[in-house]
Ligand binder design. Structure first.
Ligand code: PFF
Length: 453
């Protein structure tokens, strides 16, 4: 173990970097839509419950594992559970991080193209029906999306290579406040449109009749993905925390910021969409088809305004995606750097090169390669399914079992209470949640996603 290990410089830096990982495309395209479809404010309450009962405790567990071992995720499990099979949980998290980065960077790259499109005024020049066509033509183009993916990965690479404090922390301190300001400005513009009230109602009016078992499971799955759990991100970042970082408080703050950004995104998307009578769709279609149309119709009378707001929105998406890709890249870079004694630069270079190759295939699988499927899915969909639906819940399950059942209670409490300086009640509660509540909850989500229940 190295004692001269890099570390985050400040408490704020820690929270912004971890929140940067958590706040991503998932907050902006998935959460608002799920809220609107699943009972509005009732869903938000269920979601907050899931974050508090499952999300935040597992984040604390990942934090505790990372900081205790002060090493990359794979080695962390080996250090805390030598000569056991727990090793494989850490390795699986690193692999998941690598696979997610490969396809996440493809969608992240699209945001760059749309910044350019919005700046060129294409949203106000196009007829509403053209958005689907131009989106499909763009993602199936063999060159352009690949180039943007590579560019996005290079941007991520340049920040990661600079190191933890100068690269990750400094960039998060600039990008996260920018993201927040953009979000608030866009929400104000959206809320000021005529008829915006219907969108707010759709998002926030509680309808408890819609909340059933499926909604609960959907909220739980969304909480894991949104908080970046089960992919080694929080574990790796925590390995750079200082001994006096308050883990429960940090996990709580990150969860609050992540949830707030998700709700604010809803207040950008729904009021604008309802004001022009467009029913929002989910998935990438929402970001790249529905919203250009919304910008066009809501603000198209003044092309400059439509252009400026469009550019702001896609910059917001790019920033949100970038802080997430940085955390994924760091998981794998730290692993290669420490396990194979490579320099950080070389390790990061290998990760970027690997992701460029896989990302290129993922991107092509939406166009020229769409006839090549595996288990009936394109490579892009396969990566998404295998990571988000399979690897993520499996590793989150093992993380909670590891902390709740395997690791010595004294070690767990020592980390969570900073050697007794934070009240012990917190530790007892978290251990209880990790021991019983989280594993049972995740097992249900997993079974539901595999359509076993
Ligand atoms: N939390 C990110 C989002 O909500 O978009 C996505 C993500 C990043 C998932 C990093 C998993 C991860 F390890």
């Amino acid at each position: 173990m190295t004692n001269d290990r890099a570390s985050f410089g400040s408490r704020l830096g820690v929270i912004l970097a971890a929140a940067g990982s958590a706040v991503g495309l998932g907050n902006i395209w998935r959460f608002p839509y799920m809220t609107g479809e699943n009972g509005g404010a009732a869903f938000i309450l269920v979601y907050i419950g899931c974050v508090l009962l499952f999300g935040a405790p597992i984040m604390m567990a990942e934090f505790a594992i990372g900081r205790r071992a002060r090493s990359n995720t794979a080695r962390a499990f080996r250090t805390l559970a030598p000569d056991t099979k727990w090793n494989w949980v850490g390795r699986m998290e690193v692999l998941a991080g690598f696979l997610i980065l490969s396809y996440y960077a493809v969608v992240a790259g699209w945001t760059l193209q749309y910044i350019v499109e919005a700046a060129a005024g294409n949203f106000s020049a196009s007829a509403p029906g053209n958005y689907v066509e131009s989106y499909n033509a763009f993602i199936s183009n063999p060159w352009v999306p690949v180039l943007w993916t590579v560019l996005f990965l290079l941007g991520t690479h340049l920040i990661v290579v600079k190191g933890v404090e100068k690269g990750i922390e400094r960039s998060s301190k600039v990008m996260m406040p920018m993201l927040f300001i953009l979000l608030v400005v866009l929400a104000v513009c959206s809320l000021s449109l005529p008829g915006a009230g219907r969108g707010v109602e759709f998002l926030l009016k509680p309808d408890f009749s819609k909340v059933d078992g499926d909604v609960l499971l959907a909220a739980m799955g969304q909480a894991f993905f949104s908080l970046s759990l089960g992919m080694g991100c929080m574990c790796t970042y925590a390995s750079y925390f200082k001994p006096d970082t308050d883990l429960p408080k940090t996990a709580f703050s990150v969860s609050v910021v992540d949830t707030l950004v998700a709700i604010l995104s809803g207040l950008v998307i729904f009021p604008a969409a309802f004001s022009v009578d467009i029913r929002p769709d989910s998935g990438p279609g929402l970001l790249f088809v529905t919203l250009p149309n919304v910008f066009h119709q809501a603000f198209g009378g003044v092309p400059l305004v439509a252009g400026v707001l469009g550019v702001m929105f896609y910059i917001l998406l790019a920033l949100a995606a970038l802080t997430s890709t940085i955390s994924l890249h760091e998981v794998v870079t730290a692993y290669l750097h420490e396990e194979f004694s490579l320099s950080r630069r070389k390790a990061a270079g290998l990760v970027t090169a690997g992701c460029v190759v896989l990302g290129t295939f993922c991107s092509l699988s939406l166009g020229v390669g769409k006839d090549y499927t595996l288990f009936g899915m394109t490579l892009f969909d396969l990566f998404d399914y295998v990571t988000a639906k399979l690897m993520l819940p499996v590793s989150a399950f093992f993380v909670s079992v590891f902390m709740g059942w395997y690791l010595d209670r004294r070690i767990v409490c020592d980390e969570l209470t900073n050697s007794g300086t934070i009240r012990l009640r917190v530790c007892r509660l978290v251990v209880f949640l990790l021991k019983f509540v989280a594993p049972i909850g995740i097992a249900f989500v997993f079974a539901n996603e595999l359509e076993l229940i």
